[in-house]
Design a protein around this ligand. Structure first.
Ligand code: WTA
Length: 702
């Protein structure tokens, strides 16, 4: 147990202590073939050319009608890109490739059971599948442009088919990550006002065929409780003709897609030419309050941005075989498995299962077998694969030209293993920093033109102009930490939060906007919610969230959502969720609860709290530990001090607690929790200075 009496380290001190890593240069073989290899690109995207620089991205698409205005910024912060233009995302990702790539694989789907062969779907086949499903959506489900539909689908080829069929009609899809619970899905159905749910009966995960349809019934019950009725549930079957779920199909409500689709065989649905600002999809994410935020992304701006960044930063060429191991249920999958890669006419790989099933060699066997040459994953997956199979990559004959890391900060040591062992020293790496809200990358090195620096995401991407501000809105000097903001709008930024425009302003823009009446975009910096430091070379190091969000294995979890789940247990009086440092998952969650009078702390209560989190959110949010305590440390005005609890869980200094209303409780909790952890052998390693600063400043005191 560390019990130093020094003050918590300030963020600026961290920056001073930070060891700058050395540059690593891309291999010449990469530079030779790169899409962006001419430094003139930096001038084209210089601030003096904003916003017209983004025409370069828009011109990568096929438009039914060209735009009149590049950026309509007349109603800040609701930006409109390429207004007057019309296009269709499905046409851009499918139809336009038929002329010269009809027989090329668009998707290669890899089922988890290794005995099953990968399935290649050509652009022509994808075209037919998308058209047939679009016909079904229109004529059977009665959906039309502007309607929302919720998808709760696993990693199967049918998921992009459904997304592109929606896009063909202008139906706004809202895909909920398959690992979310039925209740979480129901909340998102209700929030988006979906009358149709599209799901699958089951899918393979770590060797078992998971019953997924059961969640549809829970989701509909939850949505109904929140006032939203669903008319139709379209159920794909993992094995056509064989139903994998225990739950009955509800007559008149639930339909097997493989049965219904038969009547739409061969049908062609003309892609609807949609206004550039027509919403393409919603992607729900966590914030500071319990209600999830539906980030609404546009058709023209979003598709331009993900296409441009996929070409320049992912270096995707049509002849590449590209594999991003993220789940399509998160923004990474939408932008960089489906929309960006397909818009560029490449081959994108979709893997159903867990990376280490049946063993840690699986990803490298897939790469070898399919000839994957661009690989994209998260630090959590890299840490895990390194732990379980540090020597596995060398056993397989694959060669990556390019690799991406996304979603969390990556430790330089882990970065080096990725570079040397996974990339065999041959691949360039981009560490891409961005968010659900931003549609595409914000920070990354441009792979052929800027060297890599382990631990830093790199400079801002082209056309993005960040600033790091302190709490008062002053820009901090290089080497000091602050809140990273983006000063300008860009085409990939979400349009609004679905149904909560006021929250869109208050969460992302209010903090650094000095004049709410200003019509000048310069007055509306986008507040990203991340702490960051800029080095003198212009490279950014992302320190993590500054709000009440915990990034578990690259998944954003709101502490309030977890706490509200715990509070659904009737015996629980108060709940607080805090992060603990975890060597594989980056962060894990621990939940502290106090009980109402008359109830006893026991294992059953712990299990109830754990279950409540699984039911309300999903297994991804399952707490590592639940601690039942007598009372929470509180301020004199009764607010729970999450940072004190977090310090206890992480065996770090709680700082000065003498001003609390109940300082004595801190020692009691520390004793109980830490001795239990010591007994379980669950003592975290000593924290780095950044981690300590994060823990010791965790959670607003409301
Ligand atoms: C974090 C995922 C460090 C960050 C695309 C951000 C990162 C949150 C990086 C968004 C990175 C993402 N380095 N941190 N390269 N990329 N983050 O919305 O805290 O699921 O705010 O989007 O993940 O998570 P989200």
């Amino acid at each position: 147990m560390t019990e130093s009496q020094q003050d918590p380290v300030s963020e600026s001190q961290i920056a001073v202590h930070w060891r700058e890593e050395e540059y690593i240069y891309p291999p010449e073989s990469f530079v030779q073939q790169a899409n962006a290899a001419d430094p003139a690109i930096f001038d084209r995207f210089d601030e003096k050319n904003f916003p017209d620089c983004f025409v370069e991205y828009a011109e990568m698409l096929s438009w039914d009608k060209k735009w009149d205005t590049v950026l309509d910024a007349s109603n800040p912060p609701f930006w409109k890109w390429f207004t007057g233009g019309r296009l269709n995302a499905s046409y851009n990702c499918v139809d336009r490739h038929l002329a010269d790539k009809a027989n090329k694989a668009a998707l290669i789907w890899v089922p988890e059971p290794e005995s099953a062969e990968p399935v290649a779907i050509t652009y022509r086949d994808l075209y037919h599948r998308v058209n047939e499903f679009a016909a079904l959506l229109r004529d059977f489900a009665g959906l039309k442009a502007g309607d929302r539909v919720t998808l709760h689908m696993p990693m199967v080829a049918e998921l992009p088919v459904v997304m592109l069929a929606c896009a063909r009609l202008g139906v706004v899809h809202s895909e909920v990550f398959g690992g979310f619970s039925g209740n979480a899905c129901g909340t998102r159905i209700a929030d988006s006002g979906s009358r149709v749910l599209i799901t699958m009966d089951g899918y393979y995960r770590s060797g078992t065929l998971v019953d997924h349809k059961v969640k549809a019934d829970e989701a509909l019950a939850e949505a109904a409780k929140q006032g939203q009725e669903v008319d139709k549930v379209l159920v794909w079957r993992r094995h056509a003709g064989e139903y994998a779920s225990q739950t009955p199909m509800v007559t008149g409500r639930d339909f097997f897609v493989d049965e219904v689709i038969a009547q739409y065989r061969g049908q062609i649905v003309d892609p609807v030419p949609l206004p550039s600002e027509a919403p393409l999809f919603l992607m729900y994410t966590s914030g500071t309050t319990g209600r999830p935020k539906g980030a609404q992304h546009s058709t023209g701006g979003y598709l331009s941005y993900v296409t441009g960044t996929s070409r320049y930063y992912q270096d995707i060429h049509p002849e590449d075989t590209y594999w991003c191991m993220a789940d399509i249920g998160w923004i990474t999958g939408h932008s960089y498995i489906v929309y960006g890669p397909l818009s560029l006419g490449t081959t994108t790989v979709i893997y159903e299962g867990t990376p280490n099933y049946p063993d840690a060699g699986r990803p490298w066997r897939i790469a070898e077998r399919l000839g994957v040459n661009i690989f994209h994953t998260s630090p959590t997956a890299i840490r895990m694969l390194r732990k379980v199979g540090p020597d596995e990559p060398a056993k397989y004959d694959y060669h990556f030209k390019h690799m991406t890391t996304v979603g969390e900060p990556i430790e330089p040591e882990v970065w080096r293993w990725y570079h040397k062992t996974v990339g065999k020293g041959e691949a360039v790496i981009v560490d891409t920093w961005w968010q659900t809200e931003t549609g595409g990358f914000l920070g990354s090195s441009l792979p052929a033109l800027k060297p890599m620096k382990p631990g830093s995401c790199g400079p801002a991407v082209i056309g993005i102009f960040p600033a790091i501000y302190d709490e008062t809105g002053e820009e901090v000097p290089d080497g000091k930490a602050g809140n990273i903001c983006i000063r300008n709008p860009w085409p990939g930024i979400m349009q609004t939060i679905w149904g909560q425009p006021e929250r869109f302003i208050s969460v992302y823009y209010e903090k650094y906007n000095k004049d709410p009446d200003s019509k000048d975009w310069h007055d509306w910096p986008y507040f990203a919610g991340d702490g960051a430091v800029r080095a003198p070379d212009g490279y950014y190091r992302i320190l993590g969230r500054v709000d009440d969000v915990i990034n578990v294995a690259g998944h954003r979890l709101g502490t309030k959502e977890i706490e509200s789940a715990a509070l659904t247990v009737p015996e629980v009086a108060e709940a607080a969720a805090v992060p603990v440092i975890d060597d594989i998952r980056g962060r894990a969650v621990e939940v502290y609860v106090s009980l109402k009078p008359g109830y006893e702390a026991n294992q059953e209560m712990v299990d109830k709290v754990t279950r409540s989190v699984e039911v309300e959110i999903g297994k991804i949010a399952r707490p590592k530990n639940v601690w039942i305590v007598q009372d929470m440390p509180k301020t004199r005005s009764g607010k729970i001090m999450r940072r004190v609890i977090a310090a206890v869980s992480n065996f770090t200094d709680t700082g000065d607690v003498t001003t609390l209303a109940n300082p004595e409780i801190v020692d009691q909790i520390r004793h109980e929790v830490q001795s239990a952890k010591v007994a379980r052998g669950d003592v975290p390693r000593e924290l780095t200075e950044t981690e300590r600063a994060e823990i010791q400043s965790f959670g607003k005191e409301e």
